[in-house]
Ligand binder design. Sequence first.
Ligand code: ZN
Length: 554
Amino acid sequence: MKFCDMQYERVDLEQVKSDFEGLMESLEKAGGPEELKEVHKKYYDVVRHIETMANITSIRRDGNTKDAFYGGEQEYYDRIQPEIENLKNQYKLKLYDSKYKAEIKQWIGEVAFKDIELSLKAFDARIIGLVQEENALITQYDNLIAGAKIVFKGEELNLSLLRKYLVSNDRATRREAHEKETEFFLSIEAELDAIYDKLVKNRTEQAKQMGYENYVELAYYRMGRNCYDKDMVESFRQQVKQYLVPLAEKMHEERRKRLGLERLSFVDQDVFFPEGNPEPNGSPEEILLAGEKMYRELSTETNEFFDFMRKNELFDVLGRKEKKSGGYLQTIPDYKSPFIFANFNGTSGDVDVMTHECGHGFQAYLVRNMEIMEHQEIKMETAEVHSMSMEFFTEPYMELFFGDRTEDYVKMHLEDSVIFIPYGCMVDEFQHRVYEKPQMTPKERKDVWLELESVYRPHMNYEDDKFFGRGGRWQKQSHIYDYPFYYIDYCLAMTCALQFKVKMDEDYSVAWDSYVAFCKASASGYFVDMIKDAKLDSPFQEGTIKEIVDKLQK
Ligand code: ZN
C-alpha cells in the first residue's frame, strides 16, 4: 500500500491497557504451549499496531513540522510511551514466569528469550517519572541545537546549513564559519552544561532505583547488549588505541600534505582535498534516479527492494522547507514496509542516504515477513553493519553520482571510515568515565574529553578556541545527550564493514551472498555468533584490529 493511503487512527491508551489485561489473563489461563503461542502472536499484533500508528505519526510530522494535527499526536505518543513500555514489561514478566517457559523458549529461541530478560532489567514502573523527565531534558537539548540561528555572509543558517562552509575549500571561509560556530556554542554553553548535568544525575538515579551501582550497567541492558559486556568493549578500545590510532594518524598526515598545510587545525578536520570534497552531479531528483539505477543493477534482491519502495511511495527524501532535518529509516509493521526519510540538497550527504539508509531499509525489507517479532528487533551494532557495509557494496556504482571525482570519493569514504573509529571510541570511553563518576563538575567532564583527545586524536589542534579548545566538542554530539552509550555500536559495526570491504575486493559475489545471509539472520542469533557465520572476525577478539589494519595498509 502507498504510504499516503495508510489510514491513521490514534492509539487509545485505555484500549491498550485493556488489551494488555486481556493478553495477561489469556496467558495465565493458557492450557498448553500451543495456546500460549497464540497469545504471544496476539501480543505481536497489539505491539505492531501501536508502532505502526506511532511511526506513521512521526513520519508525517517530520515531513511537515508545521502540521498541527500530527504535531499534537506526536506529543501524545511521547507522553504515553513510558506507560506502554511498562505494560509490555508486565506482560513479558508473566511470559517469563509462565509454566510453559521451556516451550516458548524453544519456539522464539534462546536469544529472544535473553532479550526479554534484558528488557525486564532495563525498565521498571518505579522509574516512569524519571524517564519522562529524561525525555523532556532530551527535547530541551534538541530544541537548543535546532534553534541555532547563525548569521553568516548575510544569510541566516542553522547548524546543518553551516556545515558546507565548515568544510569549504577556502580556508579563510571555513575559519570564519568555525568562529561563528564557536560563538553560537559559547552562547548556549551554560545551558548545555546544566542539561547534561541533570541528565547524568537523572540517569544515575534511575540506575540506583533499579538497584544498580551506576548507569553504565543499566545502559548496557537498555541497549539490549546480550553477548558482550563493558570489559569486552574496553579491550576493543584498547586494540583501537594500539593499532588503529597510528593508521588514522598516518591518514591525517597524508591529508595534511594533500592540503598543503604546515599544520592541521580543527578547522581542517573534515576537509580531504584542496579543491574541496567531492560533490555529486545533478539535482536531488537525479540523485534519486541514479540510486534507482544502482540498486537495479546491484542484485535481484536490491532491485526488488527498490521497486517495492518506489511503488508504495516509501521515500520522502527531497528537501522541503517545512521538513525536519536529518535522515533515517523507519518501519511500518502493519504494512510490512520500510520507510526512508531524508532531506536531499544536492550534496554528498544525499549519496550517504542512498547507501547507508538504504542499507537499513534493504535489511528491513528482507525480514519483513518474519513471524517472530523478536527476531526483527535488531540491536544497533548489528543494524549498523547492515548500513555501513552497504556503503562499501555500492562503491562500484559511485561513478553514477560522482563522475570524474569517483576515485576521490572512494578515497575519502575509506579514510573517513577509518578515522571515525578512534573518534567513536573516544565518545564511548568518555561516557563510561562520566557515568562512573556522576558527581564530576561540567569543567571536570571537559577536562576528561581533552585528555581523551590526546589519546585518540593526538594530531588534533584546537588552537586557542574558547569552546572547542576547552573540551566542549562532545556537546555537539547529539548521541551523548539523546542516546547514551549508543556510539560504540558504530565502531564495532565499522570493523565488520571494513572486513566486508576486504572480502569484496577478493570476491564481490561471495561477499555479497554472505552479507545478504547476515541481513536475513536479523536478530535471531547473538551478534558475536552471526558475524562468525558470516566469516568475519569478532572485534572483541585480540588480533582482529591489527589484522584489519595490516590488510588496509596493503
Ligand atoms: Zn545507521
